[in-house]
Design a protein around this ligand. Sequence first.
Ligand code: SF4
Length: 187
Amino acid sequence: MPLKGERTMTPCAAGTCDQDQEWPCADAREQAVLMASGVAFIAAGACAVLRNRPRWLPVWLAGLFAWATIPKYFICARCENYGKPCDFFYGGKYAARLFKKQDKPFNAVGYFAEGSSLAVFQFIPPIAARKDPKALILYLLAAGLFQGLLIKFCCIDCVRFAQDPWKAQYCPTYKMVDRMGLASPET
Ligand code: SF4
């Protein structure tokens, strides 16, 4: 029997998760904390752009919108957790609302879609605020908090339990968590 709070490899079916024990079933309290930090991260980014380069805001928003949609087709619709309430903002269920499950394997297009949209969204604020220490520090603190919580709530269990081989092959955060010894594959 797993200890309380320790998850097992038992895969959950959509809508049948035991949130205490099954991966990738999201914990509602963790998701609330993650979402709050995500809102703070976005607010700090918007603040950095609006204070320094307000004309860049549409590009930054386009990056955010692209990141929230395009990779869902190229990554989430090809993921083992498609349709499930996974612990990255219930992304599998969210993706299932947008796209049908894809039979094609993950490929470099998914990597490019995620990387390019994320780069626009993440790097515009610090570039815009490079001469505004207050906004820059606020943004970096919010980004660090969000990334830290992401690793704690999502990436560690992903490294432990994920079966999709492309996650270990391509995901930089997966590699970092593994190399830092924060988690290692359990199968
Ligand atoms: S685990 Fe990640 S890639 Fe898979 S469905 Fe959830 S958010 Fe998408």
